[in-house]
Write a protein that binds this ligand. Structure first.
Ligand code: UDX
Ligand code: UDX
Length: 434
């Protein structure tokens, strides 16, 4: 199939590369000339395991191209995906201005007699598809022949390529058999279960799925608080709950809370959507509250141990919102660093992939950036594990203890083994376990 994707960010670029990999002809569009130039020069603007190879291979095979021209891309493509950002507004509701703008851009370039499937891949509130279709109809002069489809994306950053190549399910929301058939053809090579629904249901699935996952995390974090109060071990409790196949062990990892560019925004959006529809989803407000308390409780433990944070040298391992990504957007690790800086601590940070973007976006100004985990820990009075990178778990405890001023570890991701850490003489504190 001939496909174009408007918006070459995390979702658009990875999707485009995977579509090309299974044999489709893909054009990735972006209005950022610098990004397109970079991609054309073979440079990948984001870090995502496996992506670089995939892009290079498919560009060489002429299956994947990049452009800034929506007109050219839409002209050459049977199916047009929209993957532009849908950022949150201050009240939590979704800013749909990029989607609306792209709908208008598509409308003016659609030619009569050229059938096109317009697919929304961005995470959008239920009923956005209807609005996209109305907008295209209104701004198109020649009575274009098109259908709108919703096809939400469930990829996780850090494992986006395998998530896309081997998805649990493909959701196709459409009201036209012709459009659904085109979508099924695109996804046939992925050999994944396909769920066909109406557009509204498909749109709702994305917000409901992400909110449920966040709910699972907040649930285990609330249980972790009870474990701390009672002396139980949240990891054991999570294992015990998770062995029930109806529940499952995934997304039951307690910690300093969920972050990233999806969960915080999607939960806030779902709350705003439900309010708008007159059926407030108050349970999700509690999910948000528990998530916020995890970081506050963690900082309280650090204050309790160090008493005054001002001028204390504290090392933080991790800046990204989770491992195996360079994404530092809405990262709880970044928030922790900022909280410590605000209290006057001297903070030294190390992250394997996140330091460049954190510097670029000026997220941790005032923090000292180290070249390795051990360098960050040099002379520190406490070490905080804020992101669960594997390389942190492989630390040489002996050397770490030698480098630190006082052997105090606060593990916000339950990454290290308490027994091992303590056997090396560390005072070790984590989440929901003694
Ligand atoms: C996507 C989705 O679109 C969002 O709805 C979902 O919730 C998360 O994933 P993401 O791919 O993470 O967003 O966004 P980003 O990495 O910011 O990339 C978006 C790209 O679209 C950028 O490269 C930007 O330059 C481009 N863009 C933006 C356009 O090409 N045209 C526009 O009008 C606006
Ligand atoms: C999420 C969804 O998983 C994905 O399906 C959707 O398309 C986009 O949003 P992503 O934001 O990339 O993906 O990361 P995810 O792995 O879901 O983690 C989100 C946050 O939750 C991270 O901050 C992570 O540290 C946290 N988390 C995850 C926990 O605190 N505990 C867990 O058990 C799992």
């Amino acid at each position: 199939m001939k496909i174009c994707i408007i918006g070459s960010g995390y979702v658009g670029l990875v999707s485009g590369a995977c579509f090309a990999e299974v044999g489709h002809d893909v054009i990735c569009v972006d209005n950022n000339q610098g990004k397109v130039d970079m991609l054309k020069a073979g440079k990948i603007p984001i870090y995502e395991p496996g992506l670089e190879d995939l892009v290079h291979r498919n560009v060489s095979a002429k299956k994947l191209q990049f452009t800034t021209s929506t007109e050219d891309a839409v002209d050459k493509s049977e199916v047009v995906f929209i993957a532009v950002p849908t950022p949150p507004q201050p009240d939590g509701s979704v800013d749909l201005s990029y989607i609306e703008k792209v709908a208008r851009e598509i409308a003016v370039v659609l030619k009569p007699g050229q059938y096109r499937v317009i697919v929304d891949k961005s995470t959008v509130p239920v009923r956005t598809g209807e609005k996209v279709a109305d907008t295209i109809r209104r701004y198109n002069k020649g009575g274009a022949d098109f259908d709108v489809v919703s096809n939400p994306e469930f990829l996780r950053e850090g494992c986006a390529v395998p998530d896309l190549m081997k998805p649990d399910r493909i959701v196709i929301g459409g009201n036209s058999e012709r459009a659904i058939a085109a979508m099924q053809k695109i996804y046939e090579p992925f050999m994944a279960p396909v769920l066909v629904t109406d557009i509204n249901s498909a749109e709702l699935i994305k917000h409901a799925a992400n909110s449920f996952l966040a709910l699972k995390i907040s649930y285990i974090n609330a249980v972790a608080q009870i474990c701390e109060a009672s002396g139980a071990d949240v990891e054991k409790v999570a294992d015990g709950i998770g062995m029930d196949r109806r529940i499952g062990r995934n997304f039951l990892n307690a910690g300093i809370g969920y972050g990233g560019s999806c969960f915080p925004k999607d939960i806030a959006a779902f709350i705003a959507i439900s309010d708008d529809l007159g059926v407030p989803f108050t349970l999700l407000k509690e999910v948000q509250r528990i998530n916020a308390t995890q970081r506050e409780r963690f900082l309280a433990k650090i204050r309790e141990a160090l008493w005054v944070l001002k001028e204390k040298k504290i090392a933080v391992w991790g800046l990204t919102f989770k491992p195996d990504t360079d994404d530092v957007r809405s990262s709880v690790a970044v928030d922790v660093v900022r909280d410590l800086l605000a209290e006057g601590a001297i903070v030294t940070v190390y992250d394997p992939k996140g330091m460049e973007k954190a510097t670029e976006y000026k997220l941790v100004e005032g923090a000292i950036l180290a070249n390795s985990p051990l360098e960050a820990a040099e002379g520190a009075e406490a070490l905080i594990v804020a992101t669960e990178w594997k390389e942190f778990a492989a630390v040489n405890f002996e050397e770490l203890k030698e480098r630190m001023h006082t052997p105090l570890i606060f593990d916000g991701r339950n990454l290290l083994d308490p027994v091992i850490a303590r056997s090396f003489g560390f005072t070790y504190t984590s989440i929901g376990r003694a």
